[in-house]
Design a protein around this ligand. Structure first.
Ligand SMILES: Nc1ncnc2c1ncn2[C@@H]1O[C@H](COP(=O)(O)OP(=O)(O)O)[C@@H](O)[C@H]1O
Ligand SMILES: [Mg+2]
Length: 237
């Protein structure tokens, strides 16, 4: 069976810097794949390549077996891929409801059905009482939840979360962890990027460790936890 998402020998250069140096992995439906590595390891660059924001210099990206290398972010999103950003990118001067309607504007559905769906999503994210507020009025952590909610609106098959827990209050972190578990339970493929190992180890079925653009280890949480190359990459930094 085809992997939900697959990267083959991805190379991405910025001038003389090789940010991704032959990255390779496959993620299955319903799998939470953790991607760890110290600052500058290439995690965000990998995500940017996978969602079409950057074009890799070499290599191939496949979604459910289809080669999507070179596709635009819009084309990749239309194939059922959603993502969040390390620093949330919400529409600051739009209401929460309107933020959620943006990715589904072109859907064939009545306005009422879409608004109902947006309200259900805001309810799920515990943001319903703020639905008419501007997004800029939310706390940083709430903006991350809003971005997650917006990402989920078109019901993506693959979701990629870039540092979802960074700078977020522990209570909100726990709530986010539950939401991510729910995504996997819905059989979504989850790519979870974080330099924070505790939450990654708790959530991931499998972990990919990056260092200087290369995959230095891949495996189950227990194997990664004790992997000398991973420990050295973290301690050396
Ligand atoms: N747009 C860019 N232009 C030039 N260099 C970049 C760009 N994006 C990332 N880099 C570099 O690529 C390397 C990997 O960065 P990044 O993927 O952001 O790492 P991580 O997310 O693991 O912290 C770093 O050395 C970073 O400075
Ligand atoms: Mg990053």
């Amino acid at each position: 069976m085809n992997a939900a998402l697959e990267a083959r020998d991805l190379i991405k250069r910025f001038g003389g810097l090789v940010a991704l140096d032959g990255v390779q992995f496959a993620a299955a439906e319903g799998e939470v794949l953790g991607i760890i590595g110290v600052n500058g390891a290439g995690k965000t660059t990998l995500m940017n390549c996978l969602c079409g924001l950057y074009q890799p210099d070499e290599g191939e990206i496949r979604l459910a077996g289809e080669d999507v290398t070179g596709r635009t972010p819009h084309e990749i999103a239309a194939r059922g891929v959603g993502r969040t950003f390390q620093v949330p990118r919400v529409f600051r001067r739009m209401s929460l409801i309107d933020n959620l309607l943006v990715p589904v504007l072109r859907r064939r559905a009545t306005d009422r059905a879409l608004i109902d769906q947006a309200e259900t999503m805001l309810e799920r994210m515990r943001l319903i009482d703020l639905r008419h507020n501007f997004a800029e009025e939310l706390s940083g952590g709430q903006q991350k939840l809003l971005e997650m909610a917006r990402m989920l609106m078109p019901d993506p098959r693959v979701v990629m979360l870039d540092e979802p827990f960074a700078g977020v209050h522990p209570t909100l972190c726990r709530f986010m962890i539950e939401q991510i578990e729910a995504m996997a339970a819905e059989r979504k493929t989850v790519l979870l990027i974080s330099h924070d190992l505790t939450s990654i180890y708790r959530l991931s079925h499998r972990v990919l460790a990056l260092n200087q653009g290369r995959v230095i280890a891949e495996g189950g949480v227990e194997a990664i936890r004790g992997n000398p190359a991973v420990i050295e990459a973290y301690l050396g930094a």
